[in-house]
Design a protein around this ligand. Structure first.
Ligand code: FE2
Length: 351
């Protein structure tokens, strides 16, 4: 019996090795052609693994009210949730992986954790640069990582681009997020796309030479600016939206970066249907609803983000930041260049 088992196991190992050889080093996302879910479907339920947790309950409750489908969700870090889906394999209860940062969605796709969804509703509601080229994931909200400043200490005429923050005049005046955070990695990935590796590295070296204070929380970065302990920062726009909602006199202003060039760095939060989703139809319906005007309004406003669906108006606080032009680079590139960005940050001495 045991021997039979060992033989079967060896056969599987040899089969897997042959498959790996034939697939040419697995550069392409390995999406199962015909996923077979082994967790029994639960009618009227959709299960989410989500690293996005700000204000999601009222959004999910509204979906349940409109469709009768109950949303059950588990929160965790992006990496931990990806590992969990991987470990659970065909038996995963997760129908949807929801994440912040395109790099995290890209990694899930690369690991074969997501399945393609052909949906006319999603194709119409979500612009092409905000979704995976193979429809493995869809951006649902946009977040702009841009320049922030204290208006008593800096005038907007002194500001222009992310790159210009490498100028020695900003020495000792910057506060930024550490290299370990996906937000920094995606920004640097977009700079690699714009300038090539050598060009991007020179800019990052310039930032490092300015000895930025590195703080691993965008909220604390903005509070540091407000306290007058630094003059200029790079953060996501919605953290300022939140702080302004609590205190309309919060003394920090937004500067839309790179408006004369490629545009400001836009990232997404988004989601994809897992490869072995037990409740696939409900999962697709949930994503379609989130992309619709009513879903978008609730989901984006809950975190002061810009709706991915261009027909939907942003929350008044962030609309008040004024119009901007976004970097049109495909969000999939942030994932593709993430490993290069991490290495570059390390070489340049950005901790
Ligand atoms: Fe965030």
């Amino acid at each position: 019996m045991r021997r039979k088992f060992r033989h079967a196991l060896m056969f599987l190992v040899v089969l897997a090795a042959m498959q790996a050889l034939l697939s040419g080093c697995a550069q392409e996302p390995e999406t199962p052609a015909a996923p077979v879910a082994e967790t029994p479907a639960a009618p009227g339920v959709v299960n989410l693994y989500t690293s996005r947790h700000y204000g999601v309950e009222p959004v999910f409750a509204e979906f349940t009210k409109e469709t009768g489908i109950e949303v059950r969700f588990t929160t965790g870090s992006d990496a931990a949730l990806r590992e969990r889906i991987k470990a659970e394999g065909r038996h995963t209860p997760a129908d949807i992986f929801m994440a912040v940062d395109a790099g995290n969605l890209w990694l899930a796709a690369q690991d074969g954790l997501l399945q393609p969804v052909q949906s006319q509703v999603l194709s119409e509601n979500i612009p092409v640069e905000l979704r995976d080229p193979d429809n493995l994931w869809f951006g649902l909200t946009k977040r702009v990582r841009t320049i922030m400043y204290h208006p008593d200490r800096v005038s907007p005429e002194e500001l222009s681009t992310y790159e210009a923050l490498a100028d020695p005049k900003w020495k000792g005046r910057l506060v930024m997020r550490p290299s370990t955070h996906a937000y920094t990695q995606s920004l640097v990935a977009s700079m690699i796309a714009a300038h090539g590796e050598a060009g991007a590295e020179e800019i990052v070296r310039g930032w490092v030479a300015n000895e930025p204070n590195l703080i691993d929380s965008d909220t604390r970065i903005l509070e540091t600016l407000a306290a007058g302990e630094a003059d200029v920062a790079i953060t996501n726009h919605y953290y300022l939206g939140r702080l302004l909602e609590a205190n309309p006199a919060f003394p920090v202003k937004v500067f839309w970066a790179n408006q004369q060039e490629r545009g400001a760095h836009v990232n997404i939060s988004g989601a994809g249907v897992t490869a072995y989703a037990p409740n696939r139809d409900n999962a697709v319906r949930f994503l379609e609803w989130l992309s619709s005007p009513s879903g978008q309004k609730l989901f984006a406003d809950s975190n002061h983000e810009f709706p991915a669906n261009p027909q939907v108006e942003p929350h008044p606080i962030i609309a008040g930041f004024g119009p901007f032009s976004p970097d049109p680079l495909s969000k999939a590139e942030y994932g593709r260049l993430q490993a290069d960005a991490i290495k570059l940050l390390d070489r340049a001495g950005y901790r």
